[in-house]
Design a protein around this ligand. Structure first.
Ligand SMILES: Cc1cc2nc3c(=O)[nH]c(=O)nc-3n(C[C@H](O)[C@H](O)[C@H](O)COP(=O)(O)OP(=O)(O)OC[C@H]3O[C@@H](n4cnc5c(N)ncnc54)[C@H](O)[C@@H]3O)c2cc1C
Length: 321
């Protein structure tokens, strides 16, 4: 049976950053797993006709020197560009946000299509079980999926867990988000940079034209709905009609070619924790990280690309102590 020093579950920004950190420290005996067909998690980009659309994070901002340093390298490599904004410029990926995740994970030993369904604690280490029936041993585990999914996995597992830490983990609340993805055969009247998030109708968070954003040949538009709105209409089959009604002044629906809907069950944390990670085992062997874990001096105070980055980075430093 394979035996790793560390298993990282979840290859979103937090998991990828943790893995990159381990590599920098010279560690190679670890595995990064994800249930998806690509790395990136909520850094998600979809192909539509001859174009593409980001339908998770649209951009990221930088408030720490640590991410600033990476930023320079990513800009030099041609992976990202400054999109708009003055005080905190919005950076976005040249080929879509998922492509940035793929660049960042290119040197990492990653097991995709691997949904972890159970963890057992055996002889001071862990056995990890995936949905496809594989099993491996690991000394330590880093969980980086949205915390409700961590709680779900823990329910199916047999582990020695510090009760107070589990309680804190359960206090984190995630909100859903609906994103409508629309292909138009005509250009839109959205601003030149393709981004609109001001003075929108109630319930609409932002509208993005990806042709104007510069990542798509065709006019593919993502309409982001707010968390409260998405919770209210979660699971309803008339969400597209409501989105169209709400945005009729902004988009010319008669030029619509196709429509798709992305439903994020866990999009952004409404209630976060002021700590970069949680140690569930109490001795650094079972750690939870991700965007809902904010450093105590976090300026933005919200879950985002940078909080996932910092959480993954801090958790990796802790795990490799
Ligand atoms: C609609 C939307 C819009 C957003 N907009 C912005 C924005 O504009 N700017 C910004 O900064 N942030 C934005 N965010 C937030 C940002 O995308 C996240 O904060 C960040 O990407 C989260 O990274 P993460 O690694 O913590 O989690 P995730 O990206 O969720 O990664 C977790 C990974 O775990 C995997 N996983 C889950 N369960 C299992 C399992 N059992 N086994 C194996 N793998 C598993 C998932 O497939 C996923 O890849 C947005 C998010 C959404 C959803």
């Amino acid at each position: 049976m394979e035996h790793y020093e560390i298993t990282i579950i979840g290859a979103g920004m937090a998991g990828i950053t943790a893995a990159r950190r381990l590599i920098k420290q010279g560690r190679t005996n670890f595995l990064l797993t994800d249930k998806g067909k690509s790395v990136g998690g909520r850094l998600a980009t979809r192909r539509v006709a001859d174009g593409k659309a980001d339908h998770g994070a649209q951009f990221f901002t930088v408030r720490t020197e640590e991410l600033e340093e990476e930023l320079e390298e990513w800009l030099n490599r041609g992976w990202i560009k400054q999109w708009f904004g003055d005080r905190y410029p919005r950076y976005t990926a040249i080929d879509g946000m998922n492509q940035l995740a793929q660049h960042l994970a290119s040197d990492i030993n990653t097991s995709l299509h691997t949904k972890v369904v159970k963890l057992l604690e055996i002889d001071g280490g862990y056995h990890v079980y995936s949905e496809d029936g594989s099993e491996w041993k690991t000394d330590k585990v880093l969980l980086t999926m949205p915390t409700p999914q961590v709680v779900e996995l823990l329910k199916n597992s047999k582990l020695d867990i510090v009760t107070a830490e589990l309680k804190r983990l359960k206090e984190i609340i995630f909100e859903p988000t609906y994103v409508g993805i629309y292909h138009f055969n005509h250009t839109t009247n959205l601003p030149e940079n393709g981004h609109l998030d001001l003075d929108l109708p109630e319930g609409v968070e932002r509208i993005v034209d990806h042709r104007k954003k510069g990542i798509s040949q065709d006019t593919i538009v993502s309409v982001y709905m707010k968390g409260d709105w998405s919770r209210k209409y979660y699971g309803e089959d008339y969400v597209h009609s409501l989105i169209k009604e709400k945005t009729e002044l902004y988009l010319e629906w008669s030029t619509l070619e196709s429509e798709q809907l992305k439903r994020w069950r866990y999009a952004q944390a409404k209630k976060t924790i002021e700590q970069s990670y949680i140690d569930l085992s109490g001795d650094g062997r079972l750690v939870v990280a991700g965007d809902a874990f904010l450093r105590s001096n976090d300026e933005a105070g919200r879950t985002r690309f940078e909080s996932a980055y910092l959480s993954g980075k801090d958790a990796a430093a802790y795990l490799s102590w």
